[in-house]
Ligand binder design. Structure first.
Ligand code: 7TS
Length: 412
């Protein structure tokens, strides 16, 4: 499929031709890739962008007067503008390139060390990935602030009444994912943001799992920080974005010191560069940033809403088929969820199912999915997680269901 300026009608067979990896055989079976929540596959258009960078204009950026450096700088800054447009940030310098979601969260958490005081409170939700828990626990250890948890119910939905009770003038920042990686819950982030703001608290939204399926508008959301990873949205690994409101990014101290983030350096005193460079010390993942831009072009050419609509059909189909299997339990039954299904089968270890279906060419993730608190809540050690993307098909779901049934028979 060619990326065109205008929308292309959704055609999964055409789309699949863009992904070379989907032609792979695993153990003699066609690859069925249902581990998209861990990382998405890469279309040829993005692979070509990477090859083009290293073949034709590989150079360091923001420093050379030579042609290659200028070309690389232009493309990198164009990618920043593509990210700005995609997330509807007001200004390009409100977009900070990071190595991924984890980096973005750590950058903000580290900055809040200069803001928080002993006894201040910060809130995370019960649905968070470890990367949106641990940096905040480290921050609490450093500052004496207190971490509180917004609880959830059996469907995997956050209890908003409880959230409101936790908020107070002591609350300084609230961290919630837009979409849960384990349960697929789409959280009501606009409500969460507005409530936090009414108490003067900032909000960081972890958009790692939402970005591939939902187009977040950071201005309409009025969110203070929004983070995502390119590799979950058809881009390469090792690159991501942090959106921060200008006033917040000005207030936070730099995360790392080094080249490119300074205005002047003497042994007496260093002054810092303006945004966004203040937060971008050292040589960045230049190729990755440019390829992130190409990934956004690709997804936008198909249309995020079209993608979400199609993935929802896959979710409904797979849920219905899975529920026909005896002894199955699906975790995550929120009214609003993305195409992620976490499940277990009575008396069978998730790892055993995952291993057997891999022999049949099917890639899923098993385990706690970096969300041990969710596992504790359901009193389980892990689940099997199938996560779908717009290049998956109902035929692949049929293969997956047949493989799960076969594994179940073998393990019973
Ligand atoms: N937040 C959420 C909600 C995630 O799902 C992940 C990765 C991260 C943060 C961290 O992203 P990174 O790109 O910095 O690693 N989630 C998963 C997953 O569900 N399976 O593998 C990685």
């Amino acid at each position: 499929m060619k990326v065109a300026a205008e929308k292309i009608p959704f055609n999964v067979e055409e789309i699949r031709k863009d992904f070379p990896i989907l032609k792979r055989k695993i153990n003699g079976f066609p690859l069925v890739y249902f581990d998209n929540a861990a990382t998405s596959q890469t279309p040829r258009q993005v692979i070509d962008t990477i090859v083009d960078y290293y073949s034709n204009y590989n150079a360091n950026i923001h420093r050379g007067v030579h042609t290659l450096s200028q070309e690389a700088t232009d493309k990198y800054e164009t990618a920043r503008k593509k990210i700005q447009t995609h997330f509807n940030a007001g200004k390009p310098h409100e977009i900070i390139f990071t190595s991924g979601t984890t980096h973005g969260i750590n950058l903000v958490a580290s900055g809040f060390a200069s803001i928080l005081q002993k006894g201040d409170e910060i809130l995370v939700s019960a649905l968070e990935h470890h990367s949106n828990i641990v940096p905040w626990q480290m921050l609490c250890e450093k500052t004496g602030a207190v971490l509180k948890v917004i609880p959830m119910d059996q469907n995997g939905e956050l209890l908003l009444d409880e959230y409101e009770k936790l908020l107070s003038k002591k609350t300084k920042i609230v961290m919630v994912n837009h979409v849960s990686n384990t349960l697929g819950t789409v959280n009501p982030i606009k409500k969460i943001i507005d409530k936090a703001h009414s108490f003067g608290a900032a909000v960081l939204i972890d958009g790692a799992q939402a970005a591939p399926h939902i187009k977040a508008d950071v201005q309409a959301l009025d969110v203070d920080f929004y983070v995502a990873s390119a590799h979950k949205m058809c881009g390469p690994t090792g690159v991501g974005m942090l959106y921060g409101k200008e006033e917040w990014l000005k207030k936070l101290p730099p995360y790392q010191g080094g080249g490119e983030m300074i205005a002047t350096v003497t042994f007496k005193k260093t002054t810092y560069a303006d945004l966004p460079h203040k937060f971008e010390a050292g040589t960045p993942n230049i190729c990755g940033g440019i390829a992130f831009g190409a990934a956004l072009d690709y997804m936008n050419a198909i249309g995020i809403d079209e993608i979400a609509k199609y993935e929802h059909q896959l979710l409904e189909y797979a849920t219905k088929k899975l529920l026909e299997i005896e002894g199955i339990k699906i975790y995550g039954t929120a009214k609003d969820k993305t195409a992620v299904i976490s499940f277990n089968i009575d008396g069978i270890h998730p790892y055993d199912i995952g291993t057997i279906i891999d022999k049949l060419g099917i890639a899923v993730r098993t385990g706690h999915h970096c969300t041990q608190p969710i596992m504790d809540y359901f009193k389980i050690t892990g689940t099997i997680r199938a996560s779908f993307s717009f290049y998956n098909t109902t035929q692949e779901i049929d293969l997956f269901i047949a493989a799960v049934k076969r594994a179940k028979t073998m393990l019973e």
